[in-house]
Design a protein. Structure first.
Length: 735
């Protein structure tokens, strides 16, 4: 019998500014002066967009057109609103804290925040590239290894991925084929565990009688073609990347090492981002690297949670909602891309065990996704997999019929809410059956937003879904920011490392899709094993799994991956939030997709397909839990008459008429992909920022900001309210 339980702590994410101030400031006649005079706001803009910072703080306003001023003011309102309402961490806009469980609730955070400053990962990659370039350092200084994407094909040929960096298109990948000459085979074998170019050159000279110039030039060609790559190549796991560069032995007593240590000092001292940026820029300029990159630093914010506790009632509510949502979610999550591959693999190879690299090769094997061509030729959107939400089960059909019967009634009565308590109370929950498909030691997460009812003080939470083949995905990028967050990550990883039992190994997928992506994909070494792909592993050679060592087969109608060297089943894990479905790299995409073959916990409210195009979808509530806030799809045609109104009084009147006609609340969120913009429809400056965001769209989605007559439950020590969200981590265990 299985059950779900909670990891000991959780993450609280809060905007930098208080919610209490946002409407007050935006309503003030001196709104813009108040905002831009705030030093934290100025610093946040400097880090996020230096071009906007220059327009706000350095450009002569007398030389600007009215259109320029309007655009700048809209940007100021949007950024200020984001820093006051939106909890997603980005630069100085929002901060992370850690909370605990207790018998009762307490949602108190510290007002002050602390910066954690790092060099931007794109800068680190460029520094590593410059330092390890054979033209810039002696040939005996750097250790080289085979490109981790290289694999042998039939005959005397091998293939590998050669990455290149374009100015406009970003990183591009080309599948190259090479002839395995005796020279090359010996080089690849000799640098398997690392070798300098001098060591490799001596090997070639001693074995083949070549002179030094010829052998070194041959090796330099291999480096330029990225057939062999230097240590620290595209590293995204392990110790701090800057420290690893500083500790390269050949940098000892060099000016570069002294400069890098000075840069490290600036990142560790809690200077403002502007000061840190300026000082780091000076340090880089001192050694001729002033043009290395415009994005020099990455900043994360942390704040103390002080007395932040979630009580037993909310814990019980979370578990209850999980079982309810799981009961109406598709019985099995459908992964079309992986299912197509399994079917094709069975058809072509039947019960054979095949090297993964050959099965996924687009020319030799099946490719991945099935039908995809070479890396540089596949269209980004052709193979993006969207979840199948129409896989209704009997329970969800009952709930959907209830919804369909009540939505028309809700609209007719000018209401916004459907209470699902009565229909959910009729659902029979079989917890064993719902958890049966998930293995023990699985982990997942959910997000809640707590609010306080103004009249009673009762806590209302918004909770819409549960996700994850791992709870680490949402938190691992913040592990470096505090010992408390690192501790949570280690607790989750330690739990997951038991997945699959003694015959299985959890292996971290190591890949850097883009240099700047390292800001959110760099993470600590939490697994015993790694599978590097066009990247460097942080594990020992014995614990590093080469892609040529991986074999796949169908066992008991399930796709399995095995390490031939270790004779163990492999469970790959990508412990970050990279959206890998856009990747054009078959092996990387396959390993990431395969995670869902082991455990992919999803519980959500599947919106009925015949209601997806509805103009209005009501709020869904169960007891004191909001499953979905009311939302509206707005056609531009019904709103565009408001776009060019200059008079504030006329603007407010037209907006009030539109709100009244559509029963739209005063405070809303504009939803554009993952971004949400807070809008107060009674404040002209907020309305104009809203209009500037939707003006070029044919339609847009808005939803109510919160449950009616509530305020955010999170409060700082000064009594100011803060918006916020709590990420709670759960696990499945056998009782």
């Amino acid at each position: 019998m299985k059950s779900i339980s909670f990891f000991s702590k959780y993450i609280v994410r809060t905007p930098t500014f208080s919610y209490d101030e946002v409407d007050k400031v935006l309503s003030s006649p001196s709104c813009f002066e108040q905002i831009i005079s705030n030093s934290i706001f100025a610093e946040a803009i400097f880090i996020a967009s230096q071009s906007l910072y220059k327009r706000i703080y350095q450009q002569n306003i007398e030389k600007m057109t009215k259109e320029d001023i309007d655009r700048i003011q809209s940007s100021i309102v949007k950024y200020f609103s984001r820093m006051s309402v939106r909890s997603t961490p980005f630069g100085l806009f929002a901060a992370c804290s850690v909370g605990e469980f207790s018998s009762s609730n307490s949602f108190t955070i510290k007002k002050d925040v602390s910066r954690v400053i790092r060099l931007d990962h794109s800068v680190l990659c460029k520094i590593a590239e410059v330092i390890t370039n054979p033209e810039n350092c002696a040939d005996n200084h750097i250790m080289y290894y085979p490109n981790t994407s290289l694999y042998r094909v039939f005959g005397n040929k091998a293939r590998y991925i050669e990455p290149s960096q374009g100015k406009e298109l970003g990183r591009q990948y080309l599948l190259e084929e090479i002839i395995l000459t005796d020279y090359l085979i010996d080089v690849l074998n000799s640098c398997h565990d690392g070798a300098s170019l001098v060591e490799l050159s001596n090997m070639i000279k001693n074995k083949y009688g070549t002179d030094s110039t010829e052998s070194i030039e041959f090796l330099h060609d291999l480096v330029r073609s990225k057939i062999i790559v230097p240590e620290l190549y595209y590293s995204v796991t392990g110790d701090d990347y800057l420290n690893r560069i500083i500790n390269l032995p050949f940098l000892k007593n060099t000016r570069i090492k002294k400069t890098l240590n000075s840069i490290k000092w600036h990142t560790l001292n809690d200077e403002s981002g502007i000061v840190a940026y300026t000082n780091i820029q000076k340090e880089l300029s001192s050694i001729g690297w002033e043009k290395i990159d415009d994005n020099l630093i990455q900043i994360d914010l942390v704040r103390s949670s002080k007395d932040f506790f979630i009580g037993e009632k909310i814990k019980n509510d979370i578990k209850e909602v999980f079982y309810l949502l799981r009961s109406i979610s598709p019985k099995k999550n459908l992964h079309r891309t992986m299912d197509q591959f399994k079917n094709k693999f069975s058809e072509v190879y039947q019960l054979q065990e095949i090297p993964l690299v050959l099965a996924l090769d687009p020319d030799i094997g099946i490719g991945y996704p099935v039908g995809a061509t070479r890396a540089t030729q596949s269209s980004m959107m052709d193979y993006v997999e969207f979840p199948n939400l129409n896989n209704e089960n009997e329970t969800s059909s009952i709930v959907n019929r209830f919804l369909e019967n009540n939505i028309a009634k809700t609209i007719a009565e000018n209401q916004k809410e459907i209470d699902l308590t009565s229909i959910f109370n009729k659902i029979r929950i079989d917890e064993d059956d719902l958890l049966d498909q998930y293995p023990e030691y699985s982990s997942f997460f959910t997000k809640i937003r707590p609010f306080i009812l103004n009249n009673s003080g009762e806590v209302i939470i918004e909770l819409s879904s549960f996700h994850g083949n791992s709870a680490l995905n949402i938190i691992n990028r913040f592990a470096h920011t505090s010992p408390e967050i690192m501790s949570i990550c280690k607790e989750i990883a330690s739990w997951e490392n038991n997945l699959g039992g003694k015959d299985s190994i959890i292996a971290e997928i190591v890949h850097l899709p883009e240099d700047r992506a390292g800001n959110v994909t760099y993470r600590p070494l939490l697994r015993d094993y790694e599978i590097p792909y066009i990247s460097s592993a942080s594990t020992s050679r014995d614990c590093t799994l080469n892609i040529e060592d991986l074999y796949i087969s169908i066992v008991n109608n399930r796709l399995k991956i095995r390490s031939k060297r270790l004779n163990k089943w492999i469970i790959p894990r990508l412990s970050n939030a990279h959206n890998f479905v856009y990747s054009k790299l078959p092996i990387y995409r396959f390993l990431c997709d395969y995670q869902s073959e082991i455990s992919d916990i999803q519980a959500f409210f599947p919106k009925p397909s015949n209601l997806k195009s509805s103009t209005f979808f009501p709020r869904l509530k169960y007891k004191n839990i909001i499953l979905s806030l009311a939302s509206w799809h707005v056609d531009k045609k019904e709103f565009e008459h408001i776009f060019d109104i200059n008079d504030d009084c006329d603007l407010l009147f037209q907006i009030s008429q539109w709100r009244k006609h559509n029963n739209i609340p005063n405070r809303i969120l504009l939803c554009q992909g993952d971004n949400e913009l807070y809008v107060n429809l009674s404040i002209p400056k907020s309305i104009r920022a809203f209009i500037s965001s939707v003006k070029k769209s044919s339609s847009f989605l808005i939803k109510e900001f919160s449950y009616p007559n509530t305020t955010p439950a999170i409060m700082d020590e000064n009594g100011e309210r803060h918006c916020g969200e709590v990420f709670v981590f759960l696990k499945i265990k056998d009782n």
